[in-house]
Design a protein around this ligand. Sequence first.
Ligand SMILES: Cc1ncc(COP(=O)(O)O)c(C=O)c1O
Length: 372
Amino acid sequence: MDFIDLGRQYELIKDKVETGIKNVVETRHFIMGPEITELESRLAEFTGRKYCLTCGSGTEALQIPLMAFKLKKTDAVFVPAFTFFASAESVNLAGGTPVFVDVDTKFNMSIDSLKKEIERVLSEGKLTPRGIIPVDLFGRSANYDQIIPVAEEYGMFVLEDAAQGFGGNLRGKRNGSFGDVSATSFFPAKPLGCYGDGGAIFTDDEELYNTMKSIRVHGCGSDKYDNVRIGMNGRLDTIQAAVLLAKLDIFEDELEARQRVASWYSRELSNVFVVPEVDDDYYSAWAQYSLLAKDEEERTRIVNGMKEKNIPIMIYYPIPLHKQTAYVNLGYGDISLPHCESISKRVFSIPMHPYLTEEEVVAICDALKSVV
Ligand SMILES: Cc1ncc(COP(=O)(O)O)c(C=O)c1O
């Protein structure tokens, strides 16, 4: 069994993908071909944002807006410590300083911890609060109802990390449309993934869009050999855009299928685990279906027991960011974020993709219950 079965999806879209790739090869528009423009306009429409810029990865999708914000070393950007490394790494890459925040019971940024960290930064007086990067972890929108007012109160930007949340929404407002600017990833395992690396940025701000567009291609000005700022090579390949256009056609159906898979899991597991909360406001993209073991020992038993039954279990994330060697070396090692530290020892994710059948879900849950 695969953790994410991209083979079953390929069977459905094979013809469109192959025609799309063949067309790029035959027309030889490998760089910024018409598929890029078409994809950007369809993605902007999908999220409800005015502008979309595709780019080479989710990491670049975070880094490009942060470069546009001209971060200084003394600028603090608040990031949850329970996420993929790139959510914080992008802040360092753009020249700023990440400040780690604890998460809540939904695995997303905790408002109490956010406010506490902002006040701590202000009282220490070394850094200036500049921005917040809420992460739509495992597919569920972060708590924008509370995060955006905090950002407004302190005059900070909000950069939504929708790498895992793309396709989800909060009361119908789609992930990718929150805050000043949003970033997503098309890494193959993401809810909307391509066949390599890819990403996209969304905003309603025309000036920011134009700056980011310039950064995406070496800080270009009026033409590509006029360089007006430091940028990068951050383009998405046209071939990946052709793949994404084919996948976008079935994306809504896949999102609905993910809701069904998640509800089967919750039905089967709610008497053994605290299952992820589903409420009317939040439509998750279900990038992962994640659970918490009682303790680290039970998690090890689950991982090993399921491996014996050939059912893959993944651990997102075993080490919170402030405990990663890179950040310990930058002096973050003594920070204490108790919830991140506790859940990173207990969290585990079970197979999740739109093509799981009810029988497979029941079999996975029976195996899990027998191991526990
Ligand atoms: C929350 C989050 N942010 C950022 C990224 C970075 O995306 P990419 O791998 O496309 O650079 C990922 C990808 O795993 C992610 O899960």
